[in-house]
Design a binder for this molecule. Sequence first.
Ligand code: SF4
Ligand code: SF4
Length: 155
Amino acid sequence: MEDNKNNKTDAREISRKKDLEGVTFQYTAPVNFLLERLVLLGMFYAEFDGLKDYFYSDSKCIGCGTCERVCLSGKIKMIDNKPVWQKDIKCDMCYACLNYCPVQAVQIKSKWYMNSYTEENERYPHPYAAADDIAGQKRRRKLNENKDYSSFIHW
Ligand code: SF4
Ligand code: SF4
């Protein structure tokens, strides 16, 4: 269990470092170091503060509801045929909403610590997992939440 937790933390750290690879500051070494830490802090804040105003849907949105269906955390709710990212629900950072929107309408807002290039960039859904497969996982997760597994656990 502890190993899993450490692996997850390591993976996050590696992923953040990768995000920083494209960011180069042209100041003195200490200033660069501080700016890099600030970028990481911004990412950390965005991730754990429920990603306030992180995603949005642009005018290409056709109201199909795919983003809501693939959102495993339940953060996205369709309201008046548009997705709304609920501020009080934590995001799993799976990026399924962004990658499975059929018309590439889901974007990430640029922040002071991070430029977003989602408007011009392509999307990268899993090659073997369709939106329906992910939505199916969500249904299964909900079913499992209501199950009592205590009789299967033998100490
Ligand atoms: S998946 Fe895309 S088009 Fe469909 S509701 Fe979400 S943002 Fe709009
Ligand atoms: S990144 Fe994943 S968990 Fe977060 S809002 Fe999008 S689909 Fe939901």
